[in-house]
Design a protein around this ligand. Structure first.
Ligand SMILES: [Zn+2]
Length: 339
């Protein structure tokens, strides 16, 4: 009997513990935001981001992030803002994820600048006569032939506009592990005293962190759509919301909704000027802050699209279409995998 009571008691404890992990109590939708300025000066003083005709991605990420931090701070004084790269110097990629996870961020926003390789061209400039000889002795013959000559040159890539990314859905497993390892309760001191023997590797725990992964994916995809909509509103060339297959490890290494904003092309002279200008950097920050406002309202309205008066009217259609597209592709991918 005692054994049975103990068993029921421990089940109850586990359920309480798990529900505190999954069901967020009625509290602010977002308490902590992580702002991640991409790249930064290496120890040898060199830049490591993309390069424009006169400026560096590292510096633009820094300036935009600083403006964004200030703007979010003014707009949402209750939200704690943590910078992963508060100075001009680089923060190593693993450190960025650690800072985000240790500070238990509710949202991770990474700021980057895009680049595209120059376009290669070939132009015919005329023929060159090349003389050669065949045969030996009396049979020796002079042969002339014409060889076309080309001039090779490059021009700047005209690509321009914004892109906002979430992690690739094929990385959901990585994200799930990170979420499990960073479950809020595990961060509490003496969590075993409070919750009993909760095993982060138990099937229940894994199932719940999978749900959490799905939720974070939906949230991230929604915010991504909102960010791109804001860019489109101010006349930026919005290249849309995307899933990146490679290269943004930090998005799946953070146990929270996470997005990466490519704020424009440094390789396009017009956009390079924009990205380096106070006006451009302000505008980018306004767009992201507006999207954030819409996202918070959306979260507070239990994830229903916002149409009511008094609230910023966000057209979440784009986000839902994007989610549907991802889900369809993921289904196809799983179908192939299971064959
Ligand atoms: Zn970058």
């Amino acid at each position: 009997m005692l054994k049975k009571t103990l068993f029921i008691f421990s089940v109850l404890l586990t359920v309480t513990a798990l529900s505190s992990f999954v069901v967020e109590k009625k509290q602010k939708a977002i308490k902590t935001i992580i702002i991640d300025a991409g790249h930064g000066l290496q120890k040898n003083g060199g830049y490591n981001g993309a390069k424009g005709s006169y400026s560096y991605e590292d510096e633009i990420c820094y300036e935009v992030s600083k403006k964004l931090v200030k703007m979010i701070g003014n707009e949402f004084p209750d939200i704690k803002i943590i910078e992963t790269r508060p100075t001009h110097n680089i923060t190593e990629i693993h450190e960025r994820a650690d800072i985000a996870n240790q500070n238990r961020g509710d949202l991770f926003i990474s700021i980057h600048v895009n680049a595209a390789p120059p376009k290669q061209h070939r132009e015919f400039v005329g023929n060159k006569t090349v003389v050669s000889y065949t045969g030996k002795g009396k049979k020796r013959k002079k042969v002339t032939r014409k060889v076309p000559q080309y001039r090779y040159y490059t021009t700047p890539n005209p690509s321009k506009g914004t892109e906002t990314y979430i992690w690739g859905s094929h990385k959901n497993e990585d994200k799930e592990i990170v979420i499990r390892e960073n479950a809020p309760m595990l961060g509490e001191e003496n969590y075993r005293d409070k919750y009993g023997d909760v095993d982060p590797n138990s099937p229940d725990f894994i199932a719940l962190s999978l749900l959490k992964t799905k939720q974070f994916f939906k949230r991230s995809a929604t915010l991504v759509g909102m960010v791109e909509e804001e860019f489109a509103k101010v006349g930026r060339a919005s290249r849309g919301q995307k899933q990146r297959q490679v290269g943004i490890w930090v998005l799946q290494a953070t146990a929270m909704p996470s997005v990466l904003v490519e704020t424009g092309y440094i390789t396009n002279r017009e956009e390079e000027d924009y990205l380096n200008s106070d006006k451009g950097q302000e505008e980018i920050s306004v767009c992201i802050t507006n999207a954030l406002r819409g996202y918070i309202t959306w979260l507070e309205k239990s994830q229903t699209p916002i149409t009511g008066k008094g609230n910023p009217v966000i057209n979440t259609q784009k986000s839902y279409a994007f989610l549907k597209d991802i889900e369809d592709r993921e289904k196809k991918r799983m179908a192939i995998k299971n064959k």
